[in-house]
Design a protein around this ligand. Sequence first.
Ligand code: DCP
Ligand code: CA
Ligand code: CA
Length: 349
Amino acid sequence: MLSLVLYIDMDYFFAACEELKNPSIKDKPNAVSNYDKEDRRGVILTANYIARRYGVKSGISVSKALELCKDLIVVKADYDLYGSISSKIFDIIRSYGYTTEILSIDEAALNINVNSYEDAYSIAKDIKDRIFNETGLTASVGIAIGKIIAKIACDEAKPNGILIVKQEDSYSFIKDKSIEKIPGVGRRSLEELRKLGVERLSEINKIGYIKLKSILGSYADTLIALSKGIDYSKAEPSSEARSISREKVIEPTDRDEALEKVAEELIDELYDYISKSSIAYAGVGVKAVYQDFSQSVKSSKLNGLHEDKETIVETSKRLIRQLPKDKPIRKFGVRVYDIRSMKGQRKLF
Ligand code: DCP
Ligand code: CA
Ligand code: CA
């Protein structure tokens, strides 16, 4: 049995979302900024791979970007769009049932136990394909013994690739990496290490331990191990419960019947999604947001896993009756939690 980390990161995420919204910009250099194109304060947040060929990248000013690529299309960031696409992607990733750590709006790490590297590749391919089929976006995946090496492998697999670093290749893969490429080494530490003549990871062993510790703090031990090809870091489950939800702003109401109707609508949508994705659930919850923005949540842990719609409908009806209704509810949501993908299971039998 191989205990591996699968690291997944979306390709040019914000710009890829913008291409979904407006496909006509897809074959042109484009970038996303926090301000309109004309605005002098604008900074590039990301760029598609066509624009990157001109040197356009996150962190540079919009005016600098336009100097590098005069035809660059600059789109103002639409965080609502990125957030909703991101939750859809994490729903898909979580539905596989592996211990999952969400690391940013567009990346996650999963602990996978497999019998072979071929199996690990199949999982990566399957997740990538499902994300692509359901959102139209490409992701890259790195697989290795630990989270740090897997992330670096993921970076090297970009765009739209899968890179597996086998356990026995960890050391040769990592030892000559530029320290700039190692996640978790901040700009300050980078400068200090460079001053001491360290450019590649294995060179950190030239510096005394005390000195290294003064630069990197507790991360020094992790990096020393890493420089020898050892990486114990695993996905740490995100505190956010594994769940899938739908919610809606409604005509303010305090009536059970009105809420039941909204619940049915939301459940139609939710069930459509989970049945297509072969997701089973072991809990159902409802959420009410009141006109004063206070919230109330009720949930019910079920006996074992369920895959039907009726249980969600009946349980949420019961939970709706338990919600305080001393003030009108303006937003209502339904969720299923403790979810599990039944896809793998079916394949096994
Ligand atoms: N982002 C940002 N500010 C930054 C860096 C990134 O707002 N300084 C946003 C825009 C990115 C998103 O976060 O689309 C994800 O960041 P990544 O570092 O993963 O970069 P991309 O997904 O854009 O590109 P890549 O294909 O290299 O992962
Ligand atoms: Ca990304
Ligand atoms: Ca990322």
